[in-house]
Each structure stands twice: as structure tokens, then as C-alpha cells.
Write a protein that binds this ligand. Structure first.
Ligand SMILES: [Zn+2]
Length: 116
């Protein structure tokens, strides 16, 4: 599932909901860990439902904006968070972990462009 833009919410419900209401609702859902904030671009915030209580981690292609979910690394990331809490006595309340770069398709396109 892709994130939801404020803009999309407002377009789908013109006049039915204010931006302030959307922001308050998303903050509440985020606090309850039912929604995950995905910040790929400082000028835009994306949100994703976290209905299973587990946050997902992504590699984001800077060229085509494709999201690759890092499913196989979820356990490693959770273990890293536990180590931070134990080793440093730090209680993690929230975090953002996203990787930016080029997906394999965009990398191939860029390499082909250079070779021409
Ligand atoms: Zn790409």
C-alpha cells in the first residue's frame, strides 16, 4: 500500500474535511502506531497504514520514486532498535529509516545513457 497524501484526501473529499482535522487525525493515528509517517521529501509527507502494528522500511528510488519494501531486513532493524535501547539506555519513541538511491531499472537506464 502506498502512502496517502494530504492533497489526495482533500481532493477526494472537497469541503468535507479541513486540513487541520486531517493533521490532528493523522497525529492521533501516528501516536497510536496505526499510521506510519514516510518522509521522502521534506516538502511532502506520506502516510501508510500500519494495521499490524509493524512499521515497514523502504528503499526509495530518487529517480522514479519506486518504493522497495525491505521485508527481509525487518528483523535486523528491530534487533538494532533493541540494541540501541539496551546498550544506550535510550527509549525509542519514534524513528525514521529510509534509504535513497536508484532502483535497478533506473540504474540500468543511467548506465545505458552513459554508454551511448
Ligand atoms: Zn527508479
Amino acid at each position: 500500500m502506498r502512502g496517502i497524501f494530504f492533497y489526495e484526501l482533500r481532493v477526494q473529499n472537497p469541503g468535507a474535511v479541513s486540513l487541520a482535522t486531517i493533521v490532528r487525525s493523522l497525529k492521533t493515528l501516528t501516536d497510536l502506531k496505526l499510521v506510519q509517517v514516510l518522509t521522502f521529501d521534506p516538502s511532502e509527507m506520506h502516510f501508510e497504514a500500519a494495521t499490524d502494528g509493524e512499521f515497514r522500511h523502504y528503499a526509495v528510488c530518487s529517480n522514479c520514486e519506486t518504493l522497495t519494501q525491505l521485508k527481509d531486513l525487518e528483523q535486523s532493524i528491530n534487533e538494532l532498535m533493541k540494541q540501541i535501547e539496551v546498550k544506550y539506555g535510550f527509549t525509542i519513541q519514534s524513528y525514521q529509516l529510509q534509504f535513497f538511491g536508484l532502483c535497478s531499472n533506473c540504474l540500468v537506464k543511467k548506465l545505458l545513457e552513459k554508454s551511448l
